[in-house]
Design a protein. Structure first.
Length: 308
């Protein structure tokens, strides 16, 4: 698995490579679902062939569905190569304190704890079943970061302030409470629309603000759950040609501007700007407002985002 990730261009940092080599992923996915959720593979399957399939899958470079409720995916173990890129983009330094939003299987928290130590890592999830299993998996692997059952949209101020916040769930907006729990200069990395936004937190005349651009990487995660954020909605694309509606970059623009541009307006912009990649877009959170933008935070292309 690590060799595959390295071959793909990630894990150039020796510290993160060591973490991926030494943290056993299979302990965090004792079972997972395949075939659209209709088949479960697990570590204690009496059939040796199925058990071997489970182990191979645990170390494949792919996401694993770990919890399905009423036919809906609510938790997963992310694709390891994407996790590696996100952790490297987080730009962690010795002594940093990190808040993770979305505990999942606990694997990401274990990688963070391997790098920084248990006391520096806090992971939060709304679902007590998820936090309990994550805590159990972490203990089995020898890690004991703080695993909190709570609303990730509100952060967890008791263990702040934080130097880094990383989310493993898609945001509909950036919670202001996260900014308040960060030190000036902190970095926030989170899935947004179908991309990854990297924000830098600063101290301004009217309090903390954050601004940053999207990475070029595509990212698909389960939505952030809990108050006070609205659910992520998928925009309708019937008004545009199918070949366009299925384009990954166009769908990113649609989701980023949902509620501000209809599909025809988004298509016109997309074509006029020569099909811009994710890295041309960004987000600003300032003075009680937040907005997405193309190329320039104060430029002509900007779209309001909800605030919480």
């Amino acid at each position: 698995m690590v060799r595959s990730i390295v071959a793909g261009g990630a894990l150039g940092d020796p510290g993160w490579r060591a973490a991926f080599e030494e943290v056993p992923r299979h302990l965090f996915v004792p079972y997972y679902f395949v075939g659209g959720g209709y088949e479960r593979l697990w570590c204690e399957d009496p059939d040796p062939d199925r058990q071997a399939r489970w182990l191979r899958g645990a170390y494949a470079d792919g996401p694993l569905a770990t919890r399905i409720r009423d036919g809906e995916l609510i938790s997963s173990s992310s694709q390891p190569s994407l996790m590696a890129r996100m952790l490297e983009e987080l730009d962690i330094q010795e002594g940093h304190r990190v808040l993770e939003i979305g505990a999942g299987s606990g694997y990401n928290a274990a990688l963070l704890a391997h790098r920084l130590g248990d006391d520096a890592v806090t992971t939060v999830d709304l679902d007590p079943e998820i936090t309990e299993s994550a805590r159990r998996h972490l203990a089995a692997a020898g890690y004991h970061p703080a695993v909190i059952t709570g609303d990730g949209a509100r952060g967890w101020p008791r263990r702040g302030p934080y130097d880094r916040i990383i989310a493993t769930c898609t945001l509909p907006c950036v919670p202001q409470s996260w900014l308040e729990q960060c030190v000036p200069g902190a970095r926030i990395l989170a899935p947004f629309a179908t991309g990854l936004i990297a924000l830098r937190v600063r101290e301004g005349a009217h309090g903390k603000y954050a601004e940053g651009r999207f990475l070029h990487t595509a990212a698909y995660f389960v939505p952030l759950r809990g108050a006070p954020v609205r659910p992520v909605r998928r925009p309708h694309t019937r008004a545009v040609p199918r070949r366009v509606s299925e384009n990954d970059l166009f769908r990113f623009l649609l989701e980023l501007t949902e509620g501000s541009l209809d599909p025809r307006e988004a298509l016109s912009l997309w074509q006029r700007e020569k099909r811009p990649g994710r890295e041309r877009f960004g987000i600003t959170v300032r003075d009680g407002r937040q907005w997405a933008w193309l190329d320039d935070p104060e430029g002509p292309y900007a779209w309001p985002l909800p605030t919480v």
